[in-house]
Design a protein around this ligand. Structure first.
Ligand code: SF4
Length: 153
């Protein structure tokens, strides 16, 4: 089994590389980001990939009705492999407008919560994420995002 300290070091490099590559920043509260980084490292040790510590397997079809994993070990799930699909699709900042409801539903299939859905007069649909400007775990934020600690809800 992989070593936690070694995986934690990989996560450290990963978060900085991801910010560089995608033009994101890290959320400013290091206590919060430290916990998320620990969770990612723990999942690397436990599952062999960096499953999101909050979305993880709880939300994405890998448990049966009794809460047991449907695969042993759970397979790599790109939807929740950090940086996860919701964060990538949203490009972190706030709201996204889709051509129509079908497109929105197709692109957000399996999300535990789509946030606020607005039907626009021209037929487009705007989805506003519940944490506009930062990823669900409060690890990544939009570049130069101004996010107060009190925003965590
Ligand atoms: S919510 Fe954030 S920490 Fe979790 S997988 Fe997505 S980008 Fe990574």
């Amino acid at each position: 089994m992989a070593d936690f300290a070694a995986e934690r070091a990989k996560i450290e490099a990963f978060v900085h590389n991801t910010c560089d590559k995608l033009g994101w920043d890290l959320y400013t509260n290091e206590e919060v980001t430290g916990l998320v980084r620990d969770g990612l490292a723990k999942n690397r040790v436990e599952y062999g990939f960096q499953a999101c510590p909050c979305y993880s397997f709880l939300s994405y079809h890998q448990r049966d009705a009794d809460g047991n994993f449907t695969q042993d070990p759970p397979k790599k799930n790109l939807k929740v492999n950090c940086p996860c699909e919701p964060a990538r699709v949203l490009d972190v900042p706030g709201s996204v407008t889709y051509a129509n409801r079908e497109e929105m539903e197709a692109k957000t299939t399996g999300w535990p919560d789509r946030g606020t859905i607005t039907d626009n007069p021209d037929g487009t649909v705007t989805l506003t994420s519940y944490h506009p400007g930062y990823c669900h775990c409060f690890l990544f934020t939009a570049k130069h995002g101004v996010i107060a600690d009190g925003d965590i809800g």
